[in-house]
Design a protein around this ligand. Structure first.
Ligand code: ADP
Ligand code: MG
Length: 467
């Protein structure tokens, strides 16, 4: 992987783009390049694979749009570019922006293929052909499988909002689509965040990519570590409540040393009105899956777990980590604390320490080479009520073994009388069940849509699983 030089162009007119594109940019009033465009476009125009990491609104669509339009040949009436987006709304938005950018290129055809839309008209449009296809993975794969879509001439593949696509469970479908694309092609991957799963995808799918990162991710992360005095073990549940209330944690991971403690702490938090769940090694696999899914998708605010159980949790942004007990092993402590404050985020690590644990504190001071001061647990804020999670989870009694795919679920939830794609969060597929997060206020509507409709022509039972 290489990083491009920092001598970036500032205005579009200095780029080696087709004259028609440059003139149109002028007409659109686009003069100065945004940071991501300045950093990514030269490499794209050269034909390199590019990984672009930048937040929403930074101009990524214009960046890859110009990259793919620049080399598009209108006289070759084949699908030359494929743009994959996580939702129909995003695909529509991208197609609109591409049409704007391509105004000056005559006879160019841009087609959107998304789930939640009738099949028939899409097949009709495909018969007429297109230069660029923009769509959601599920529907694209459907058309491929049915032989409606030929991707053997694709020269540019764009994975837009790749992190969201993986969050929504599109990994397997992406692999199926990738298998239908020529190996010899340019691939452009965009993602607002860069978790390990994206890195793995990029390594498999891109060739010697240029990685372009803009802002945010460069700022160093900071972790605030506080240590609190507790009298004895009986005082811990109450102290935990007070700590979380003071940090108003929308998403916190609480580490316990034993299974019994996880249950005791989770119970105390539940009684206080927090959406808390316990996770430990003695749970049945299906309960563990459900608990991890609810916490990871934002349907539960607090997860109380043992170290071993917490390993199954793949979450990048944990604002608060709490040590219910200090770990006996100072290395484990450092590892726990390291789960917060990732990727430039500010993190908070709160530890409870009793007199009997002072020896653990001393070991920690030794490892970190600094003195630790204990403070009192802060009082409960006045009139405190815990914030409810923003998401709710529907559990569907069908999964991979029933050939349920993320796209089918999105399709079943959206469309006529359903919810908006934007209101759907993470979709996690297991062998015999699927967890889909939806915004809490529309959970009932989403459940009704599922109950009234079908997935893959079949009825599946579903229910709201909450905390
Ligand atoms: P992202 O995909 O990074 O979230 P978009 O590509 O949707 O961002 O761009 C956000 C907005 O900025 C769009 O309305 C787009 O038309 C506009 N835009 C992009 N690049 C430029 C530019 N160089 N100059 C002016 N406006 C731009
Ligand atoms: Mg975008």
């Amino acid at each position: 992987m290489t990083t491009p030089d920092t001598n970036h162009p500032h205005d579009f007119q200095s780029l080696p783009l087709q004259q028609a594109l440059l003139q149109n940019l002028k007409d659109l009033g686009y003069t100065r390049l945004t940071e991501i465009q300045a950093a990514a476009l030269p490499a794209m125009v050269e034909g390199r694979d590019v990984i672009g990491q930048a937040k929403t609104g930074s101009g990524k669509t214009v960046a890859f749009g110009l990259g793919l339009l620049h080399k598009l040949r209108v006289d070759r009436f084949r699908v030359q570019s494929l743009v994959l987006c996580p939702t129909r709304e995003l695909a529509d938005q991208v197609a609109r922006e591409l049409r704007k950018l391509a105004r000056a290129i005559h006879n160019i055809k841009i087609l959107t293929l998304c789930g939640g839309m009738p099949f028939g008209p899409q097949i009709g449009s495909l018969k007429h052909g297109a230069h660029i296809v923009v769509g959601t993975p599920g529907r694209i794969e459907d058309h491929l499988r049915k032989g409606n879509l030929d991707l053997s001439n694709v020269e540019t593949l764009v994975l837009d909002e790749a992190d969201r696509m993986l969050d929504m469970g599109f990994q397997a479908v992406l692999d199926q689509i990738l298998a239908e694309l020529p190996k010899e092609r340019q691939t452009l991957l965009f993602s607002a965040t860069y978790p390990k799963t994206i890195d793995a995808l990029a390594t498999r799918v891109l060739r010697d990519p240029v990685k372009v990162e803009v802002a945010a991710a460069h700022t160093k992360s900071t972790i605030e570590q506080n240590y609190y005095r507790v009298e004895n073990n009986e005082a811990r549940p109450g102290a935990l409540y007070q700590l979380l209330a003071n940090y108003d944690a929308s998403s916190a991971l609480v580490f316990c040393n034993t299974k019994k403690e996880t249950e005791e702490a989770a119970q105390a938090l539940k009684r206080a009105g927090f959406a808390a769940l316990a996770l430990h090694g003695d749970m049945e696999q299906k309960d563990r899956d459900r608990t991890l899914a609810l916490f990871a998708n934002g349907s539960a605010s607090i997860l109380v777990a043992t170290d071993v159980a917490a390993r199954g949790l793949d979450i990048e942004e944990l604002p608060v980590v709490v040590n219910y007990h200090l770990s006996r092993d100072p290395e484990v402590h450092v590892h726990r604390v390291g789960r917060t404050g990732r990727a430039g985020q500010k993190g908070v690590a709160l530890s409870m320490v009793s007199k009997k644990e002072i020896y653990k504190l001393e070991r920690l001071e030794e490892l970190m080479g600094q003195k630790i001061t204990l403070q009192d647990v802060p009082e409960l804020p006045r009139a405190f009520t815990p914030t409810r999670p923003v998401m709710s989870t529907l559990q569907i009694d069908g999964g991979k073994k029933q050939k349920v795919r993320a796209g089918d679920v999105v399709g079943a939830l959206t469309g006529d009388g359903g919810i908006d794609g934007k209101q759907i969060g993470k979709i996690q597929l297991f062998d015999f069940s699927t967890f889909v997060a939806v915004e809490r206020p529309v959970a009932k509507k989403a459940l009704k849509k599922l109950a009234d409709g079908k997935i893959k022509g079949r009825k599946f039972r579903a229910r709201i699983v909450g905390v």
